[in-house]
Design a protein around this ligand. Structure first.
Ligand SMILES: C[S@@+](CC[C@H](N)C(=O)[O-])C[C@H]1O[C@@H](n2cnc3c(N)ncnc32)[C@H](O)[C@@H]1O
Length: 177
């Protein structure tokens, strides 16, 4: 995961491509990409879903993503949305940090508080039987995030891991009971 300045759009990196590859065969009616950045994941979801919504708190990112994704909303996580999604994806800002200097990557202590807030919001808009697919890392305490997803009513498994030089990328697949 690379560091980008707050006014930039996150440039797709290894984490983006790993999650893009993992979700490419998912199908359904409604999909949501939280923290869409450049729109890379939302664009991929548009191949197999009837309607894709992308959110981000960075308007510069949405300005970019809107070239590829029709339904862009500037809001925190999924806070503006109703519970109707078959699939919610998010490449989480997972890096452990003391402060939030870069909203694209900084997750605060253990890489847990910002992802927890996003997951709590996301968990409310997944319909029963639907899924959240989330990308985090061995740099973060993803066991805590896994426990949180269970407490939100999801069955959780590690969908995939990928070794990079200094971390394992981790995909959490969370199915709503
Ligand atoms: C690691 S980047 C991922 C961007 C893109 N999805 C990708 O995979 O390349 C995380 C994105 O989440 C956005 N973000 C951070 N906190 C957010 C929040 N609370 N609600 C919505 N988006 C948020 C950032 O602006 C950034 O675009």
């Amino acid at each position: 995961m690379q560091n980008k300045s707050q006014n930039d759009c996150y440039i797709p990196a290894d984490d983006s491509f790993f999650l893009e590859d993992y979700i490419k065969n998912q199908q359904g009616h409604f999909a949501l990409d939280i923290g869409t950045g450049s729109g890379i994941l939302a664009k991929s979801l548009s191949e197999n879903f009837d309607l894709v919504v992308a959110t981000d708190i960075n308007m510069h990112a949405l300005d970019y993503a809107h070239k590829y994704v029709e339904n862009c909303i500037c809001c925190n996580a999924a806070d503006a949305l109703q519970p109707s999604f078959d699939l919610v994806v998010c490449n989480l800002p997972y890096l452990p940090s003391d402060d939030i200097n870069d909203i694209a990557v900084d997750g605060l202590d253990d890489g847990v508080p910002v992802p927890s807030m996003i997951m709590t919001s996301a968990g409310q808009v997944v319909k029963s039987g639907g899924k959240m697919i989330l990308l985090t890392s061995s740099l973060a305490n993803y066991e805590i995030l896994s426990s949180l997803a269970k407490s939100l009513g999801f069955d959780v498994s590690i969908g995939a891991k990928k070794r990079l030089f200094y971390e394992d990328l981790v995909i959490l697949e969370c199915k709503k009971r």
